[in-house]
Design a protein around this ligand. Structure first.
Ligand SMILES: Cc1cc2nc3c(=O)[nH]c(=O)nc-3n(C[C@H](O)[C@H](O)[C@H](O)COP(=O)(O)OP(=O)(O)OC[C@H]3O[C@@H](n4cnc5c(N)ncnc54)[C@H](O)[C@@H]3O)c2cc1C
Length: 318
């Protein structure tokens, strides 16, 4: 929805749905990952994933399948009733906004996973294929991705822009702490004790996070989504027989989670595109019409959203 377009101290210019907004700021810290790569000597790795409609019930939450012929690790993780199969470490020199899985990587995953699955997986069974670019801050080290550090790095530009790049999910809190500490020093802000370490996030609910239930995604918001479904039987319906979401979740994402485009709804607020690309394509026109109704846009806008989304989603078909 919002894209930071330019930084010139002491402020920020941002594009918000076509219009420009200016925001004065004492200091800016950037954490946009791929868009920060030009600041550093960065190499990328391209992990690729495919979704198997689960041929075997897997009890172990993470099953590392094993090493492959070329020594890479192949892993399988049960995910929303499917099996997410992935591998890592194909080096890429350049960043792309919509990285595409390489043909040989898809073949590699299908071939190697069949050594471990009891039911043969064929290309036509694969529900979705996707790849992501992970920045590895190389800075003159080896270009061999396996050897490159996954650690984050914080840099401060001459203009005073603080940027964090790289890192791991598992160290997100330390990454944030160090970025804020650096920003405080750069802008000579008045440092205060950090109050957030034990502060519950919005929607906090004490629930077993290993269970595949909506509460683990929405927390306390789930009861609000159910209220929407209770007031309108159409909203209580599933958006597609092969997807685990209801129309109430779509409406919620538009009204409460700032979804503004079809791929906001089908790729990010829900994971429809990743869970089943064909199903996401089939439901696209109906969701675009709902989005247009909620946002007060016309049929031509909905048509364009549908076309753009389908063009993107084609890339997720195996
Ligand atoms: C494919 C892949 C696999 C990974 N696997 C693992 C793993 O197995 N284990 C692990 O620990 N870590 C893994 N990571 C790393 C982990 O995802 C990152 O360390 C973590 O997401 C970094 O968090 P972040 O908030 O810094 O950046 P991100 O989560 O990347 O968030 C950056 C945000 O900035 C936004 N943005 C970008 N440009 C702009 C702009 N111009 N204006 C406004 N917003 C902008 C983006 O939309 C995004 O929301 C993986 C990363 C990738 C890409």
């Amino acid at each position: 929805m919002t894209t930071c377009a330019a930084y010139s101290p002491p402020g920020l210019s941002a594009r918000v749905q076509g219009g420009n907004r200016e925001a004065p700021a004492t200091l800016l810290a950037g954490a946009s990952q791929l868009n920060s790569f030009t600041l550093l000597n960065t190499l990328f790795t391209l992990p690729t994933y495919i979704l198997d409609p689960i041929s075997d019930p897997i009890s172990d939450p993470i099953s590392h399948f094993s090493k492959t012929d070329d020594g890479r690790v192949l892993f399988g993780i049960p995910w929303h009733g499917r099996l997410l199969i992935g591998t890592t470490d194909v080096p890429r020199e350049k960043a792309e906004l919509e990285p595409r899985a390489l043909e040989e990587e898809i073949e590699f995953l299908v071939h190697h996973s069949n050594k471990y699955l009891t039911k043969n997986l064929e290309r036509k069974d694969v529900l979705s294929v996707f790849a992501g670019l992970r920045p590895l801050v190389a800075a003159g080290e080896s270009r061999e991705t396996k050897k490159l550090s996954r650690n984050h790095r914080i840099v401060v530009s001459k203009a005073g822009l603080v940027t964090i790049v790289g890192g791991k999910w598992t160290t997100y809190r330390r990454m944030a702490e160090q970025t804020v500490d650096r920003a405080v020093r750069v802008a000579k802000l008045d440092a205060q004790p950090c109050p957030t370490k034990h502060m519950p996030l919005h929607g906090y609910l004490d629930v077993d996070v290993t269970k595949d239930i909506p509460e683990t995604v929405y927390g306390t918001d789930w009861s609000e989504i159910q209220k929407l479904a209770d007031t309108d039987t159409e909203l209580a319906q599933k958006i597609h027989p092969n997807l685990p979401y209801t129309f109430a979740e779509i409406v919620w994402s538009i009204r409460q989670e700032q979804a503004r485009t079809l791929d906001d709804v089908l790729a990010r607020r829900t994971r429809s595109l990743l869970l089943d690309a064909r199903a996401a394509i089939e439901i696209a026109p109906r969701i675009a019409a709902l989005l247009a109704k909620e946002l007060g846009c016309d049929a031509a806008w909905a048509q364009k959203q549908t076309e753009d989304f389908i063009a993107l989603a084609q890339r997720y078909l195996a």
